[in-house]
Design a protein around this ligand. Structure first.
Ligand SMILES: [Zn+2]
Length: 491
């Protein structure tokens, strides 16, 4: 007997009828993640480096329709949630006919002319429970856990709607990111693969203590890492320095000693976790890197003078250690730097010193909506990272940078089927990443939502919304309710 997947269990067995259940609909999805399908496009960007310096590997390249019809384009063969084969369209047809386990003629084909197939995009630094707009840091009162969970669910859909198929959640209260990860895995809701960190680990009263887990002693640290493990996190994130968003916290000061971080990362690694450190100042960066961290967020090299002051020796040490760094270059960075360049993130210098830069935007904090992902990539190019490097930073290197090496971020046999089709060739301009023609997450297509912004219902005539406040509004609300009830038919 073969193992059944959850998808099988929702389908009737052959010959079985379930007339009392409304049959499944496709919802506009061309790939349901269950069968085998061949995708063809003008070309495939695999997410690997090319042979020539600074180039990207391309499979197939059809300059026009005739070449594409002759099989010169790129193709990706999927079965369920995995990639079976990547090659030119002609090679894929040959491969299909040579496979004994498939009837080539029965495999559906989806042709995407004018597009490039490439790995799904990856956000390595996200805060799912908030929207990234200025209006959302409310006190949800008794509904806090439920609302943060719903917010995170909304953020996950938003990310998938802009082509992000994996996200590292670097800070979420109440472990709501763990619950959202499981709900997505289970097929309850749609979203990218989530690598959750739960609440950030910080010192008592330290950066982000409102939303984090406070520890002080080595025993505290070990206990908290084990608790995070018990609660299901995949990344353990620590606040190695202060931050800008917590009153009384100094971003240039370290919050933990190297020995404390060694205990923290050592315990996390022992439990098979990925590790991430928020670090602005050089002491906090150095402590984290020397203690064995995998990923550093920010690395702004901020000093007590309030300016970013790059330290080339520390950068060399970071490169030598092989840590991944998001320099948190966000979509509005060019605008901010024109006004005041004192916080200019040293992304270009880090890259020149061989540090592995990945795309990470601290999305979800005010001013950084999740949907600004592609704008963040354009900003990374604007600060001096070559475009092809930005594409690697958003795909294969980002996957390795969040502990998913060999899993996603590359279009090759055996990798998970996380991919996008974009109109045009992203090597000619990152803006084409906004022209999504197909989004596939774990082999299943996702039809992107229309992103109209976070709505605020303040219309008293609306039957949805926050409700009226004050005596006159309360009275009007009750009268309105009665008047509307009178319109209803006799039922
Ligand atoms: Zn963050």
């Amino acid at each position: 007997m073969t193992a059944q997947t959850p998808a099988d269990l929702t389908r009737p067995a052959p010959g079985e009828t379930t007339g009392w259940i409304t049959p499944a609909t496709t919802g506009g999805e061309r790939l349901d993640g269950r069968g085998t399908v061949l995708l063809t496009a003008d070309r495939v960007l695999t997410g690997r480096r090319g042979d020539a310096a600074g180039s990207l590997e391309v499979v197939g390249d059809a300059p026009d329709d005739d070449a594409r019809m002759a099989g010169a384009g790129g193709a990706v063969l999927l079965r369920r949630h995995r990639i079976l084969f990547v090659g030119t369209a002609a090679e894929a047809e040959t491969h299909l006919r040579e496979r004994a386990d498939l009837l080539a003629d029965d495999v559906p084909r989806v042709d995407l002319p004018g597009t490039t197939l490439m790995p799904g995009l990856i956000e390595t630094h996200d805060h799912l429970p908030t929207s990234g707009t200025a209006l959302e840091y409310p006190d949800y009162g008794a509904h806090e856990v439920a609302r943060l969970t719903l917010n995170a669910t909304r953020a996950a859909r938003e990310l998938l709607s802009v082509g992000v198929t994996s996200v590292q959640s670097l800070g979420a209260r109440h472990y709501v990111d763990v619950a959202v990860r499981d709900a997505i895995r289970n097929g309850d809701v749609r979203g990218p693969r989530v690598v959750p960190a739960g609440p950030q680990i910080t010192t008592t009263g330290g950066h982000s203590f409102h939303a984090g887990a406070e520890v002080d002693s080595l025993d505290d640290i070990r206990h908290q890492v084990r608790l995070h493990h018990k609660m299901g996190v995949e990344t353990v994130k620590v606040m190695s320095t202060g931050g800008f968003m917590t009153g009384g916290s100094a971003p240039w000061n370290a919050q933990f000693s190297q020995a404390e971080l060694e205990a923290l990362f050592g315990e996390a690694h022992r439990l098979g976790k990925w590790t991430a450190a928020h670090a602005h100042g050089v002491d906090g960066i150095a402590n984290a890197v020397r203690a064995g961290v995998d990923y550093v967020a920010h690395a702004s090299f901020i000093t007590a003078a309030g300016r970013s002051q790059f330290d080339p020796r520390l950068a060399d040490e970071m490169a030598e250690a092989g840590v991944y760094v998001d320099a948190t270059v966000t979509a509005d960075m060019p605008r901010m730097l024109r006004r005041d360049d004192s916080f200019a993130p040293p992304a270009r210098q880090l890259w020149e010193h061989g540090v592995k830069i990945v795309a990470g935007h601290d999305a979800g904090i005010p001013g950084v909506p999740h949907r600004a992902y592609v704008g963040g990539l354009e900003a990374l190019e604007w600060v001096g990272i070559p475009r092809n490097e930005v594409i690697l930073a958003a795909t294969s290197r980002a996957a390795a940078g969040i502990g998913l090496a060999g899993v996603t971020g590359v279009l090759a046999e055996g990798f998970d089927a996380d991919l996008i089709a974009v109109g045009g060739d992203p090597r000619e301009g990152l803006g084409v990443l906004r022209d999504l023609r197909m989004v596939v997450s774990m082999g299943r297509e996702f039809v992107p939502d229309a992103l109209i912004g976070v709505p605020v219902f303040d219309d008293p005539e609306s039957s949805i919304g926050l409700g009226p406040i004050g005596p006159a509004a309360t009275l009007a609300h009750w009268r309105e309710h009665e008047a509307r009830a009178l319109r209803h038919p006799e039922v």
